[in-house]
Design a binder for this molecule. Structure first.
Ligand code: HEC
Ligand code: HEC
Ligand code: HEC
Ligand code: HEC
Length: 377
């Protein structure tokens, strides 16, 4: 009898073990300080499925420097941002930008290929702002991007319109929301992916990431008395909405940054929360300084139904990974994207209507030249 029971026990243990090996075991990574249970679980199959998205293209080959090579301003007529590059580095970067942003269309996405100096395509003017933005990120936001830095590829990944950009979300029209109650004040609509289909206010991005003047992200008031507190239930709900968005953008849960028994407490938070704090300030800067200028340069079909322009969020770079491109460093291969822009680009055209087709670059009246060499025009 005992034997039969033992055999039954062993076979059930074997069965359970078999079940366990058939299931995928998530990898547990300790994020916060030891003993704080700030553990992240990663599903190996999810990580593997995202490898292609997070693999960086081969760097463009580097030619040996040629001391005889002409200076940039001797060859090109309308370079306003990349003035500090050698002709070789300039051409190499143009190749790379084509691969990163418009691999199908190539140079012609930004250029009239018969006149590379012309600014007649809006994409070229936008790309100038983007070059300055990228240099600014790598220079002034090392608190967030470290030495890893970013290139155009971090956001674009071979697409002219990067995934993970966002617009103001006006929500559903009042009648659809509820005839009876009137407006829902931008909440209680559990179909909005930004906040994980929760009933929370569904546009925390406009509230918190749009501008340098966005309100502080708080649930707990810092002052006790009514009138001096400055927080509200709505602000708290918006905060939770934003936190869900941040977690989804990075593919992590709250414990990646917080000790959940004391969300607000910085001493008990992980170092990554500090990186995220700088990231929030960086995104506000990018949207205020660059995307607000790029918006009016875009054609109408790039804008939202309400005419709002696209903006950068955490997902624009991270795309579901705690470090974009799983932490691969592309910047060392393109150091020219890591230096400060020498010639600030104030931005020639400021609206789409002033770009397309209207201002093909007119070269200054030609100087008397020696007889033309074949292949130049
Ligand atoms: C994503 C947009 C983009 C793509 C794609 C692109 N370029 Fe450019 N190109 C620019 C911008 C922006 C400038 C101006 C840079 C500046 O003002 O500092 C420029 C300037 C140039 C110039 C200087 C022209 C002059 O006389 O002022 C040349 C040459 C050039 N590009 C060649 C190329 C070639 C060749 C390709 C394809 C391999 C290419 N570009 C792909 C955006 C692009
Ligand atoms: C932080 C993310 C980010 C980085 C880095 C970035 N971009 Fe962009 N880019 C955007 C966003 C967001 C838009 C607006 C997309 C839209 O039109 O919806 C955009 C738009 C553009 C467009 C206009 C595309 C179109 O068809 O309307 C061009 C061209 C472009 N970027 C080139 C570049 C180049 C070149 C670099 C690198 C020097 C670069 N970008 C770096 C986020 C980024
Ligand atoms: C990638 C890091 C990160 C993740 C993941 C994250 N948070 Fe946060 N959280 C922050 C940062 C940074 C702040 C402070 C923002 C600021 O001050 O600008 C914050 C603030 C908060 C606050 C406000 C605290 C106060 O001072 O009142 C709450 C509550 C909060 N988070 C909850 C959550 C919840 C719930 C989740 C999961 C759904 C989450 N967080 C996920 C980084 C993160
Ligand atoms: C311009 C691209 C870009 C944007 C936008 C961006 N990040 Fe990052 N982030 C990076 C890069 C690059 C790194 C890797 C830095 C490194 O290797 O040291 C990083 C790292 C982090 C880390 C540290 C991860 C770790 O494992 O240590 C956190 C947390 C983070 N980002 C949060 C955010 C949040 C929250 C937002 C939105 C408010 C955001 N990021 C927006 C580029 C970006």
């Amino acid at each position: 009898m005992v034997r039969v029971m033992q055999a039954a026990l062993w076979s059930s243990v074997a069965f359970v073990l078999l079940l366990l090996t058939a299931c995928e075991r998530p990898q547990a990574v300790q994020g916060g300080y030891r003993g704080t249970s700030q553990i992240q679980l990663y599903q190996p199959s999810t990580l593997a499925a995202n490898v292609a998205l997070n693999t960086v293209p081969e760097p463009e080959p580097v030619d040996d420097p040629d001391p005889e090579a002409p200076k940039l301003d001797e060859v090109y007529k309308n370079v306003q941002v990349l003035t500090d590059l050698s002709v070789l580095d300039f051409s190499r970067l143009m190749q790379a930008m084509s691969t990163w942003v418009a691999p199908e269309q190539g140079c012609s996405y930004c250029h009239n290929t018969k006149n590379l100096a012309s600014d007649e395509k809006y994409a070229k003017i936008v790309a100038r702002h983007m070059l300055q933005m990228t240099r600014n990120i790598n220079n002034t936001w090392k608190t967030h991007v470290g030495e890893t830095g970013v290139t155009c590829y971090t956001c674009h990944r071979g697409q002219p319109v990067p995934s993970g950009d966002w617009f103001k979300n006006p929500g559903l029209p009042t009648q659809v929301a509820s005839d009876f109650m009137g407006g829902k004040h931008g909440q209680n609509t559990p179909t909005m992916a930004t906040v994980g289909n929760a009933s929370l206010p569904y546009d925390p991005l406009s509230k918190f990431l749009d501008s340098k003047d966005s309100p502080t992200i708080r649930v707990q008031g810092e002052k006790a008395l009514a009138g001096t507190n400055g927080t509200s239930v709505k602000l708290a709900e918006n905060t939770y909405g934003l936190m869900i968005y941040i977690s989804n953008s990075l593919g992590v849960n709250c414990t990646f940054c917080h000790q959940t028994r004391a969300m607000a407490n910085w001493q008990q938070s992980s170092p990554q929360r500090v990186t995220a704090w700088h990231g929030i300030r960086m995104v506000r800067d990018l949207n205020t300084t660059y995307l607000a200028k790029v918006g009016p340069l875009l054609p109408e079909h790039r804008l939202s139904a309400e005419g709002d322009y696209p903006k950068v969020g955490c997902a624009t770079c991270h795309k579901g990974a705690n470090k974009p491109l799983y932490g691969s460093k592309m910047l060392p291969d393109y150091p020219e994207l890591g230096v400060g822009a020498k010639a600030p680009y104030a931005g020639g055209a400021t609206a789409f209507k002033d770009v397309e087709g209207l201002n093909p670059y007119k070269s200054p009246p030609p100087k008397p030249k020696p007889p033309a060499t074949p292949g130049t025009s």
